[in-house]
Design a protein around this ligand. Structure first.
Ligand SMILES: *[C@@H]1O[C@H](CO)[C@@H](O)[C@H](O)[C@H]1NC(C)=O
Ligand SMILES: *[C@@H]1O[C@H](CO)[C@@H](O)[C@H](O)[C@H]1NC(C)=O
Ligand SMILES: *[C@@H]1O[C@H](CO)[C@@H](O)[C@H](O)[C@H]1NC(C)=O
Length: 434
């Protein structure tokens, strides 16, 4: 085991050769809004940064487990400062890239993790501009002159929400947005994401440490569980021998109404040989997807604990009820709590607002049975099969109004349901104080 501070320093030194942030003002954290967008076939969570010379706003679908930033360079990319990354350069090796195009430009596959489409694209560097923050408001705008990204094309862009031309990868790589910002401004390798449940209000993404002021400083009320590594890539275009860059946590058991749900626990751990099993967190999966035996066990326990009759399900869900049979409170539908018991013996409590999805007079348990064939691209099915690579993929609906902080240096996840704090993800004050 190499001490993590050694990895950290060798990582920094790779970056020192590149000209970085030019302003003398050094931000401690950065902030961007995240909007829930329902213009595509499934909800996407969209953020915006400014890029290029002259600067233009670029809308990006947030991909928590994506390895990098990619944007469509085939259509509408105009910039006097965009530079291709030469083969064999330090920047090229940060991408773990093995590919080189005819004109000696380093490349790697940009993947649309919503549709599962990947192509090959050149790696470029260009200026990116973003708001700094003191945790209370957006502050002074800062820029990174040589922010690395992969050039995508129209075919990879297809399927993203209206006006979106790329994806913002926040995953466990040296070139994801959190890593590039942290090294450009030498702040902590932490970021926090908070998805709003409404399409009318903004959620928020912070790069760097707290405070994260959402009426209260949420960084002060987090509980922590280790982030787990998966030694086998789970990406649509990973290379053999590469670890997964997605965020996994250790679910030890699942409880419904405080009762343990009987599960095949070997599905909950990651098979270190083939990378199967375990639990990951995803912002491109709109709903949590469960391996079929886990789905059946949780659904059965939930129906029993709720004690009201089921009605014909609404796809993609399989367990639905009549809305009139359910009571409602500030915490959403009054249904049995579903608890994920995690490593460190902390509990992720999924309340009604996160567990249920309502369609007028029908309300469904908002979990999807992997065996019923949801988007194969998003859960990593083995070709032709119905067995997902990852047993539990915690999807965006279950993340809404929870703040999640990812600490890359100590490899831990901090989380808190904001319902418990009487606030929500839309409560960051986006009025600039600069
Ligand atoms: C900074 O924040 C302000 C206020 O929210 C916003 O209008 C502006 O576009 C942001 N700037 C950048 C570079 O994102
Ligand atoms: C439990 O899951 C593992 C991994 O998929 C499988 O190999 C095993 O047969 C399952 N055990 C039972 C009792 O179903
Ligand atoms: C939001 O921040 C601005 C700038 O600091 C401040 O003037 C305004 O009162 C704040 N709004 C709320 C609702 O706190």
């Amino acid at each position: 085991m190499v001490p993590s501070f050694l990895i950290f320093f060798s990582f920094l030194s790779l970056f020192i050769s590149t000209p970085l942030a030019q302003t003398s003002f050094r931000p401690k954290a950065l902030v961007v809004p995240i909007t829930k967008d329902v213009s595509a076939s499934t909800p996407q969570y969209v953020t915006q940064i400014k890029q290029r010379t002259p600067l233009v706003p670029v809308k990006l679908t947030v991909d928590l487990g994506g390895g990098y930033l990619w944007v469509n360079c085939e259509k509408g990319y105009v910039s006097s400062t965009s530079k291709p990354t030469p083969c064999g350069s330090a920047q090229c090796s940060l991408f773990g890239s093995h590919g080189c195009s005819g004109d000696k430009i380093c490349g790697r596959s940009p993947s649309n993790t919503v549709t599962g489409v990947s192509t090959f694209g050149d790696i470029h560097a260009d200026i990116v501009s973003i708001n700094s923050t003191n945790g209370n408001n957006p502050g002074r705008v800062v820029s990174v002159p040589n922010f690395l990204f992969i050039c995508g094309s129209n075919v990879v862009q297809n399927g993203l929400a209206n006006g979106v031309t790329g994806m913002a990868g926040l995953g466990r790589t040296k070139v994801s947005l959190p890593s590039q910002f942290a090294s450009a401004f030498s702040f902590q390798r932490k970021f926090a994401i908070c998805l709003s449940s409404s399409t009318m209000t903004n959620g928020v993404l912070f790069f760097g440490d707290g405070p994260y002021n959402l009426n209260i400083d949420v960084s002060k009320v987090l509980v922590f569980t280790p982030l787990v590594t998966n030694p086998v890539s789970t990406a649509p275009s990973g290379f053999l021998g590469e670890p997964s860059v997605e965020y996994f946590i250790g679910v030890k058991s699942i409880r419904v109404s405080d009762k343990n749900v009987p599960l095949n626990t070997s599905l909950l751990s990651i098979d270190r040989k083939n990378g199967f099993g375990g639990t990951k967190i995803s912002t491109v999966n709109p709903y949590t997807v469960l391996e079929t035996t886990i789905y059946k066990a949780v659904s059965e326990a939930f129906v029993k604990a709720l004690g009201v009759p089921r009605v014909s399900p609404v796809a993609p869900f399989g367990t639905c009820f009549a809305t009139k049979d359910i009571g409602f409170s500030r915490m959403g539908p009054g249904v049995p709590a579903i608890d994920l018991v995690l490593q460190n013996d902390v509990v992720w409590n999924i309340i009604g607002a996160n567990s249920m999805v309502q369609f007028n007079d029908v309300i469904c348990l908002g979990f999807v049975d992997a065996g019923s064939g949801p988007s194969a691209a998003q859960v990593g099915f083995v070709a032709g099969g119905s067995h997902p690579m990852t047993s539990i993929t915690i999807g965006a609906h279950q993340l809404e109004n929870n703040l999640l902080q990812f600490d890359l240096a100590t490899s831990r996840l901090g989380f808190r349901s904001l319902f418990l704090e009487h606030t929500n993800c839309a409560n960051f004050n986006f009025t600039s104080s600069a």
